[in-house]
Design a protein around this ligand. Structure first.
Ligand code: JHZ
Ligand code: SAH
Ligand code: ZN
Length: 425
């Protein structure tokens, strides 16, 4: 189901949404531009919140086939942090299925096989569901079994018919991408063995609100989950939220564990996280009213900081041509006049231009050679890994500019200690 006409209505319970923030017209966040003449597809990006089922979500969505296809720009295996993270996830799954008869593991959105290659390597029967053909090919090259489709209730029935039910159904950074999430949950509840586990992780709404990390809001992220909303969604589909485990990746994520049925023992942490979410007022409209103001403050601080630095004749590069920076750059009106280029290690992004803002994407080798005095850290979620990787750049005087929860410049005082200069009084 892809529905421009359902704009402003909750995709889960059909209640009217309340608008949290509108960003205006945006291009497709992962569609890097080859030639500058061509017109880009645009849509209205706005975040809404449903007062009935408590789900934060986009008010209108982009057709999934326009985002996830054979030219998908995001390859998961771009960071060693994520490689480590998914190796651990595979170990947890292997532990869970060990000793079970006929184990079967399904991952939605397996991308380039970053997680499932470890399951395949252990000889555990598995299936990755991955509609983006180019990344799926990479997964297959690593011995992963892949079904090149969009997962929904229909695909679930087809898989069950062919291969039976699964012990584990999981997904990272994919559940929040699927507009028809009711169909996904319906599919999971028929495809999961009665004693199986369904778990998924996505950026956590309370982290987005606390840090004002509004760049997480873009076309691919249809939903912004909280435990409150996930437990309600699970309930509607005969599933139960039994555990919640925070993960540091992607700027603050939450992993949700669900089981079929309703009478499971629930980890104490669930009540803890739900009460924290209520303390942030995420169950009432009050929790969302000041978000736009906080976003606008960061955008204007960031723009002013860059204008000041550029005004003194400095070159400014950016680091990480991320999908999420599309929202940040366009909404803050930061373009090639302020940023000379974005450094990125993804071969298919290099030589192209950022969507909407048209900043050139250059190789990491170019960045090292150019040695710009300032670098805007767009891939802020990989900060630890990148600051470590760029020790030499920093030692030579290179400064990173960060912006969440406020604009700051990371100075290389010495290798182990980071001094942060506040840019606001
Ligand atoms: P990164 C994508 O988001 C899209 P993005 C998607 N919607 C989602 O939810 C998450 O992933 C999972 C580059 N880089 O991870 C590589 C370097 O150049 O923040 C990437 O292009 N050098 C599915 O796009 C980008 O930065 C480095 O050392 O916001 C990082 O993209 C590192 C670590 C990364 O995801
Ligand atoms: N799990 C990986 C990939 C995230 S990128 C990680 O965390 O890094 C999101 C992936 O989900 C993309 O590769 C995209 O093609 C895939 N995807 C999008 N809609 C999907 C759907 N309906 N079913 C399965 N995968 C989907
Ligand atoms: Zn709703």
């Amino acid at each position: 189901m892809y529905s421009e006409e359902s704009m402003g209505v909750c995709k889960i319970c059909h209640h009217e949404l309340k608008t949290v923030i509108s960003f205006g017209k945006m291009p497709i966040s992962n569609r890097f531009v080859t030639g500058l003449g061509a017109e880009e597809y645009v849509y209205d990006l706005s975040l809404g919140w449903c007062p009935e089922c408590l789900m934060a979500q986009l008010e209108s969505c982009v057709d999934p086939a326009m985002m996830f296809n054979d030219a998908y720009a995001y390859f998961s295996s771009i960071s060693t942090t994520m490689e480590d993270h998914f190796r651990e996830m595979a170990e947890e799954i292997a532990g869970f299925v060990s000793g079970r008869p006929d184990p079967f593991v399904i991952e939605l959105g397996c991308n380039d096989g970053i997680m499932l290659k470890h399951i395949a390597g252990r000889g555990i029967p598995h299936l990755g569901i991955e509609p983006s053909a180019n990344v799926a090919t990479r997964a297959k090259e690593q011995g992963v079994q892949v079904l090149g489709e969009f997962f929904d209730a229909r695909t679930a029935l087809e898989i069950r018919e062919r291969q039976g039910q699964a012990d584990v159904i999981c997904g990272a950074n994919v559940m929040c991408h699927i507009e028809d999430i009711n169909s996904v949950f319906e599919g999971v509840s028929v495809l999961l063995k009665p004693a199986g586990v369904f778990f998924f992780q996505d950026p956590y709404l309370p982290d987005i609100i606390r840090k004002t990390s509004f760049d997480q809001i873009y076309d691919e992220h249809v939903y912004y989950f909280s435990g409150l909303a996930v437990s309600e969604l699970a309930r509607r589909h005969g599933l139960q939220l039994v555990d919640m485990v925070p993960k540091e990746v992607h700027g603050g994520s939450m992993r949700y564990y669900l089981r079929r049925g309703v009478n499971h023992s629930v980890a104490e942490d669930v009540a803890f996280h739900l009460s924290q979410e209520k303390a942030l007022n995420l169950h009432v409209w009050r929790g969302y009213v000041s978000f736009k103001e906080a976003v606008d403050r960061i955008c204007s601080d960031l723009k002013q900081t860059l204008v000041k630095i550029k005004g003194k004749g400095n070159r400014i590069a950016a680091y990480g041509a991320t999908s999420k920076s599309t929202t940040l750059l366009i909404y803050s009106q930061i373009g090639p006049d302020l940023i000379d280029y974005v450094s990125d290690t993804t071969p298919t992004k290099i030589g192209k231009y950022t969507p909407g803002t048209h900043i050139p994407v250059r190789s990491h080798a170019h960045f090292i050679q150019d040695n710009p005095p300032y670098t805007l850290l767009l891939a802020w979620n990989h900060k630890r890994e990148i600051l470590e990787k760029e020790k030499r750049y920093r030692k030579k005087g290179g400064k990173f500019i960060t912006f969440f929860p406020e604009v700051a410049i990371v100075y290389p005082v010495n290798q182990r200690f980071l001094h942060r200069e506040r840019t606001r009084e």
